[in-house]
Design a protein. Structure first.
Lengths: 488, 336
């Protein structure tokens, strides 16, 4: 095979790049996903007071600042050896549930959903939120906008700001809620439950009742047998805010369940010179390259992964939907990447139900939403499930609480290897003998979108939604085709 | 009247500015009525090649968020400057460097070592000591990455800027006010910050009296009451030096202002302004006592005074002499 040189000037578009190389037969030799930037929070946060981290690390990602804010706040609890009072924990989980419901709504309707609601083969100009509106009507668009508006309104009410809250402290939060606010939160939460139920019904009507779509979901081009990771509570049910990290193997058997603070014994990261983004893998299974199977340490941390590692959901309606999903798709675990969209809606329902549960909790308006730390800070790990995967913040400080070491493993980074694998598999399935299928672009996109990749988080550098350019070159380095699209 | 042409772009930013634009809710439809969106990678089609093909000045307004850290971002800043009649430095990253600008206390080598070197800050396994490279040869060909620069620059340190919109991110109401000013052609003089020229204190509902501080507290150390000025309670609230426009959102949830809207007109250096404001409330004339009050209560002057604005400050970055990297001695930097 000849080496191919690529002119960088033509490839300045966007923040994610895929290069697909064809061999002499015109088949796909390899495909690379490159992430072209880094911001270096791990370094420049050193020297800062640790209590600034919820605000500093929120700026890793403006799409999910709440996740970084919360992981950082939990790391501060551990760092200062302080156990927040029950009201504080419940307020945080309530806030986090509202955020989850809002974020999953955005993904399903604006980013991932159009492929199914409008259709995978619809013209690209219609495969967007406006296309969804056209297909399902203004009334539903109104519901989506209201859901997002309500979520942001409550996030600002509790955390201070719609984007980049300023609320978390070691030992609790800066302010609680009063009865009037509680009532509003509960009422909007009940709307959110109805919205989630409606979204699942929409998914059933539009996707599950269409056998072509079901065939695409369960087809081989989008299937990878990898390990899965997610957070579970004491009864092995999904939890976004707190719990232990459970990893299951490609057959669904538990490999390990560990405390977040022990993550280093289980996860390692690999560096490739062609991407600024590292590749995490399961240390005790080992790195075997970008391949799936029981011998490869590649794992996924997605909504579907969280369902795969859990025994069930902690709220009744979500539990029923969880069961239905596995019954429909042939039992656990599910390895079809596109089923992630379904899992995301099950999680949306769980988040909304949890939101109402917590808003109705008698302790939620308690005045003890904070305790002042008294111990000397040293080291702490904080972990939450970000919508896009397990998020870990790890800090070490001097005895004044000034940071001396910072390590971050963020949601999408977990999925760097499987996303690369999905892109390659989709390309190999669609490009034969130099003929590029018309459907390639969207099929590659769909492989991507299922992960809801947020390379802003991943590289601690890039925006939340990613414009993607695919360049396909023959062995002489000539451009066969160039495809560009904006990937959520 | 023909529709104007609008572009929105992101460089080294977090995506929060894009979310903030979408938070203007239904008014985004009005934007769609008045402008053709020719380039907005987040939400609409349009390729760099299409922008390259436009005549110079072919875009009426470009809202540019994010700082400049790589060769790719530098190219986009230059391209969009050339193609845009009005270039708006949108949000804290483009205007001041924001939190990512704090990386200017380090060099590229320090950052790469921290992230990629085995046994350093992170826990990556990298026995071959690899680093991302501008060119990598793989069996099938060569892969390219944009060059990562040593220093993060603001947009106006890279190209000429016409207007600034403050905030991390800008609040939706202020975004709409700026768009309205553009639509109605009621823009202030070139080079202006579009926003109110008062401080967060003027919008803050907390009760204020005479400020006399004997001790600064860190946020984790005390539970402030919900009525009184946070600075008077000893917390380093940046509202006193920060441009208004947010309606004091953070103090309303009992958290001090962290300064994300930057400085007012005529202030060359946000950190110097905040330092001088705090100096005037320290209740002591004894140099040793003053030194103790500052050292105990403000252990990280760079991160406190230049949290959002290091890249555009008079300091800009840590000192490098003859290729030897010298780390900023933080207390000294703040005292300067």
């Amino acid at each position: 095979m000849k080496r191919i040189s690529i002119d960088p000037i033509t490839r300045l578009e966007g923040h994610g790049k895929i290069d697909i190389f064809l061999d002499e037969q015109g088949d796909v030799a390899n495909a690379y996903l490159q992430i072209p930037e880094l911001r270096g929070f791990e370094k420049f946060c050193v020297g800062r007071p640790a209590e600034d981290m919820p605000n500093l690390t929120a700026r890793i990602c403006g799409v999910c600042p709440e996740a970084h804010h919360m992981a950082a706040t939990k790391a501060l609890d551990a760092l200062w050896h302080v156990d927040p009072p029950p009201t504080a924990k419940k307020l945080r989980e309530l806030f986090y549930s509202i955020f989850y419901a809002t974020d999953h709504t955005t993904h399903f309707y604006a980013l991932g959903g159009p492929d199914f609601v409008v259709g995978p083969t619809a013209p690209p100009a219609e495969r967007n939120i406006l296309g969804v509106v056209k297909k399902v009507g203004m009334e539903i668009a109104g519901k989506v906008l209201k859901m997002r508006h309500d979520g942001h309104h409550l996030i600002q009410m509790m955390g201070g700001r719609r984007v980049h809250p300023n609320w978390g402290l070691p030992g609790g939060v800066s302010k609680g809620i009063n009865e009037e606010q509680r009532r509003e939160i509960e009422e909007l939460g009940r709307h959110a439950v109805e919205f989630a139920k409606f979204s699942l019904k929409l998914f059933e009507d539009v996707v599950l009742k269409n056998s072509d779509y079901v065939k695409i979901i369960t087809g081989g081009d989008y299937t990878h047998r990898t390990y899965n990771m997610g957070m579970v509570d004491s009864q092995n049910r999904t939890n976004f805010y707190d719990g232990m990290i459970r990893v299951t193997d490609p057959d669904g058997k538990e490999l390990v369940k560990y405390h977040a603070k022990d993550y280093r014994q289980h996860v390692a990261e690999r560096v490739e010179p062609w991407s600024y983004l590292k590749f995490p893998y399961l240390k005790n299974v080992g790195w075997k390259g970008l391949v799936d199977g029981n011998d490869s340490g590649v794992y996924k941390a997605t909504p579907l992964s969280r369902c795969n590692v859990a025994d069930g959901m902690a709220t009744p309606l979500a539990q029923a939907e969880f069961k239905r999903m596995y019954e429909t798709l042939g039992g656990k675990p599910i390895h079809h990447t596109l089923a992630t969209h379904w899992a995301r809606l099950v999680e949306l329902l769980y988040a909304a139900e949890r939101w109402v549960e917590l808003a109705a909790d008698p302790e939620i308006t308690g005045k003890e939403y904070r305790v002042i730390p008294t111990a000397v800070p040293d080291e702490g790990v904080g972990c939450v499930e970000a919508p896009r995967g397990t998020l870990t913040h790890h800090y070490t400080t001097d005895d004044r609480g000034i940071l001396t070491k910072v390590n971050l493993i963020v949601g999408t980074t977990n999925n760097n290897a499987p996303i690369c694998m999905s892109v390659k598999k989709a390309a190999q399935g669609l490009i034969k003998k130099g003929k590029v299928s018309e459907g390639l672009l969207n099929m590659v996109e769909m492989a991507f979108r299922a992960y809801d990749p947020c390379f802003g988080c991943a590289t601690h550098s890039l925006p939340g939604q990613m414009p993607l350019e695919v360049t396909i070159r023959d062995p002489q380095g000539e451009v066969v085709r160039r495809l560009a699209q904006h990937v959520g | 009247m023909s529709k104007g042409k609008l572009a929105i772009y992101w460089a080294a930013s977090c995506g929060g500015c894009e979310i903030a634009v979408l938070a203007i809710d239904e008014k985004i439809l009005k934007v769609g009525e008045l402008f053709d969106i020719v380039f907005w990678p987040c939400a609409a089609d349009g390729k760099v090649r299409d922008v390259e093909k436009l005549p110079d000045g072919g875009i009426d307004v470009c809202l540019f968020n994010g700082g400049i850290r790589t060769s790719e971002q530098e190219y986009m800043a230059q391209l969009l400057r050339r193609k845009s009649k009005v270039l708006v430095s949108f949000g804290s990253c483009a205007s001041e460097g924001c939190i990512p600008g704090l990386s200017n206390v380090n060099t590229k080598r320090q950052i790469f070592d921290a992230v990629y070197k085995q046994g350093e800050m992170t826990y990556c396994e990298n026995p071959q000591d690899l680093r991302p490279q501008p060119h990598t040869t793989v069996p099938e060909g060569t892969l390219y990455l944009p060059v990562f620069y040593d220093t993060l620059r603001t947009l106006d340190q890279t190209v000429e800027v016409d207007y600034y919109l403050p905030g991390c991110p800008p609040e939706a109401e202020n975004i709409w006010a700026a768009l309205t000013a553009i639509i109605e052609n009621k823009l202030p003089p070139k080079g202006s910050v579009i926003g109110r020229n008062t401080t967060v204190c003027d919008e803050c509902p907390r009760k204020r009296s005479e400020k006399k501080i004997k001790k600064f507290y860190r946020t984790w150390q005390i539970q402030p009451d919900e009525e009184t000025c946070l600075l008077e309670q000893g917390l380093v609230c940046c509202g006193i030096a920060t441009r208004a426009g947010c309606k004091a959102l953070c103090p309303q949830v009992n958290s001090p202002c962290i300064g994300c809207h930057g400085a007012n007109d005529g202030v060359a250096d946000f950190g110097a302004r905040l330092m001088s404001a705090l100096a005037s409330v320290i209740d002591s004339n004894d140099p040793d006592e003053i030194d103790r009050i500052i050292k105990e209560g403000i252990p990280d002057p760079v991160g406190t005074f230049y949290r959002f604005s290091l890249a555009r400050s008079l300091l800009r970055r840590s000192k490098r002499t003859n290729g030897v990297e010298v780390e900023v001695h933080r207390p000294a930097a703040a005292a300067r």
